[in-house]
Design a protein around this ligand. Structure first.
Ligand SMILES: [Zn+2]
Length: 303
């Protein structure tokens, strides 16, 4: 009887604890070993980076609260050292949704200052809607922030957090491990798919392109790249991705300069025709990427 009722009102399926439970059970955390000390964890949401260092574990992003226990169990198969730092690459919930459950006395949460502001605003909205309680709200918030860059030292490794301006959002950071030769791009790289550029959270096409260029200056041919979404990648593949973004930028710019409107650019399939097959099958389709480029390139970015 209950099930029939739920079928009649599909919106309620989301509230059914059994449904939530089965969604949770379906998630499998996959571990990729990328270097001596760095691993990539894939589950649901943005890719997690784990550095198992000399004296501590350094964690990058944490997906969703509902799968935190699974992620903790996966990390415990890599290391039994404490997670000293949890670094949020940016504010989105599929990268920072697990903050509260990883925020213990032994773990310090770190993010760029704008990412903290946006995580705070989002958590306050959830608090006012009673989706979370006050204790959970407090534990969501990064405890250390930085403006431009931040460095962590451990054993052979020097972990560099580098802010890139107005890229995927206005609070993105790249995290580079020079000794292990691995970089986590956050969502400034969607390997194999068109990027989601969150214009409403301070992202921009030009900042996104500049973020990838900045990363390419840091890394070398042997660097392993953790994208925000997608499989591990490398410099050559990210250079091809950058060229695609630059090409789309000049095509859309040309359309703008010839007086095309947003609606016209949205329907100009020719602008993306030769890239759709390779990059258009994900969350962002060809029309959406044309819209994002048009909107960003015709909107000045706040300094
Ligand atoms: Zn994101």
């Amino acid at each position: 009887m209950t099930k029939l009722y739920l079928f009649l009102i599909p919106g309620l399926l989301l509230l059914n604890p059994n449904t939530l439970c089965s969604q949770q059970e379906d998630v499998v955390i996959q571990i990729d070993t990328l270097s001596r000390d760095v691993y990539m964890l894939t589950g649901q949401g943005g890719n997690i980076g784990i550095y198992d260092g000399e004296s501590y574990v350094f964690m990058i992003d944490d997906q969703f609260d509902r799968i935190s226990d699974k992620i903790k169990a996966a990390i415990r198969t890599i290391s039994d050292k404490p997670i000293a730092f949890l670094f949020n690459t940016h504010m989105h919930g599929d990268h920072s949704g697990g903050n509260a459950s990883f925020n213990t006395e032994r773990t310090v949460l770190v993010s760029q200052v704008n990412a903290r502001k946006r995580i705070d605003a989002q958590a306050q909205a959830d608090l006012s809607k009673e989706k979370i309680n006050a204790a959970f709200y407090k534990k969501m918030l990064p405890e250390v922030t930085f403006s431009d860059d931040i460095t962590f030292y451990d054993g052979d490794e020097t972990i560099m957090g580098v802010h890139v301006h107005n890229a995927h959002t206005d609070g993105d950071a790249l995290i580079y491990f020079p000794f292990n030769n691995v970089i986590h791009m956050g969502d400034t790289y969607f390997a194999g798919n068109y990027p989601f550029i969150d214009l409403e959270s301070g992202g921009s096409v030009d900042g996104y392109i500049a973020a990838i260029q900045q990363a390419l200056m840091l890394i070398n041919d042997d660097t392993i790249i953790i994208p925000g979404h997608g499989r591990p990648s490398d410099k050559a593949a990210m250079q091809v991705y950058l060229a695609m973004l630059q090409d789309l930028r000049s095509r859309v710019m040309e359309a703008i300069n010839s007086g095309k409107s947003l609606e016209e650019v949205k329907s100009m399939e020719s602008l993306t025709a030769d890239y759709g097959q390779q990059y258009g099958g994900g969350f962002i389709g060809p029309e959406r990427i044309r819209e994002t480029f048009y909107t960003s390139l015709t909107t000045p970015v706040a300094p």
